[in-house]
Design a protein around this ligand. Structure first.
Ligand code: KG4
Ligand code: ZN
Length: 336
């Protein structure tokens, strides 16, 4: 018997809904992005985000069910992102999911957004695509998180380390702003970097030897100093070279530490997920070795979406998780 799960995701600035079968087969996925609205403010504006979720949720759910050619009654469970994320945004999704679960008498499952990002790698890219296998090292790089995780089985995580300051995506967003590039900074930096020299500027790499942690604030400050100095000298900003040098520094540390962990823990695979895993330089660098097969979700599943929440929910559903209708949001919810 297969399981069909309808999931909602509204933890930040995307209102999303998806239907996934057995945690792997994506039937339908819709994402209403608020990117253009927040770009005007240069970042996510929480009050605006929750209001947009209220406006978008019902149309997004309708559209998803239409695409899947299924009704709510044909689902086995309703899943939703319970945290971490923006409180006002999470509340909208959780309340909507409770309403759907109540109306359809289906079980409700509150899912951790970070677990969702990891399970985005389970969605099959094509019908015969085999699932990831354990043990694996997962590098989770998003706007709010940078985590190195050892996964020994489904839903079983050992957090090796994480960022001590800025998340990788946050560093992309902040440096983009310094370079006068639009929000979100990740894709803007990637685009600008394509025409630049990654060796133009020698930027610092924080290896934090002896620890699996990361740090990107020193790198961000180094870019800030360079920008100020160049501006003082009245020189035009070499945006492409600065973007390429910054991107190279981030990618080198992310890939270097992930490979080190993969070797030390003798894993069978490497998994990269989260918004920053859409970065082509990162994707290419982690794949430029033959020791470990690498799993990275297709671009559309790297940034926030509901398919990943439905995929994670499938494995939670199999493990017996069913949540009561009075669960609350968890804006700060670590994976372990
Ligand atoms: O996973 P995500 O959509 O949301 C969070 O859970 O935070 O990640 C968003 C982050 C943003 O910081 C964005 O700048 C970054 O992912 N990002 C990228 C790229 N696409 C999105 N960073 C680098 N290169 C990209 N192509
Ligand atoms: Zn995310």
């Amino acid at each position: 018997m297969s399981t069909r799960i309808l999931a909602l995701e509204s933890s930040c600035d995307e209102t999303a809904c998806a239907v996934v079968i057995d945690g792997r087969r994506l039937l339908a996925s819709s994402v209403a992005s608020q990117m253009e609205i927040h770009a005007r403010y240069g970042g996510v504006f929480p009050e605006v985000a929750s209001r947009q979720h209220v406006l978008s949720l019902v149309p997004v759910v309708r559209q998803t069910l239409q695409k899947a050619r299924l009704s709510l009654d044909e689902m086995d469970a309703i899943a939703v992102t319970r945290g971490p994320g923006l409180a006002g945004s999470l509340v909208v999704g959780l309340n909507a999911a409770k309403g759907l679960a109540l109306a359809s008498s289906k079980p409700l499952l509150g899912i951790n957004h970070l677990e969702g990002h990891l399970y985005s790698a389970w969605i099959a890219a094509f019908p015969a695509d085999p699932p990831p296998y354990f043990p694996l090292i997962a590098l989770l790089v998003s706007g709010g998180h940078t985590e190195l995780i050892l996964m020994t089985d489904h839903l079983t995580y050992c957090r090796l380390g994480g960022t001590r300051d800025d998340a990788a995506g946050e560093a992309f967003d902040k440096v983009a702003r310094l370079l006068g590039l639009p929000y979100p900074g990740g894709p803007a930096i990637e685009q600008a970097a394509a025409g630049g020299d990654p060796q133009a500027f020698a930027l610092p790499r924080a290896w934090l030897k002896g620890s699996w942690d990361f740090s990107f604030s020193g790198l961000k400050t180094a870019v800030l100093r360079l920008v100020r100095q160049l501006e003082k000298e009245g020189k035009p900003l070499p945006v492409a070279d600065l973007a390429a040098s910054f991107q190279a520094a981030v990618v080198e540390v992310l890939v270097g530490k992930t490979l080190q962990a993969a070797r030390q823990f003798q894993v069978r695979q490497i998994l990269v997920a989260g918004g920053v895993s859409a970065n082509q330089a990162l994707r290419a660098a982690i794949r430029a070795q033959d020791d470990f097969p690498v799993r990275i979700p297709p671009l559309g599943l790297c940034t926030d979406n509901a398919a990943m929440i439905a995929a994670a929910a499938h494995f939670r559903y199999l493990s017996g998780q069913r949540d009561p209708l009075d669960i609350e949001i968890r804006p700060s919810w670590p994976l372990t």
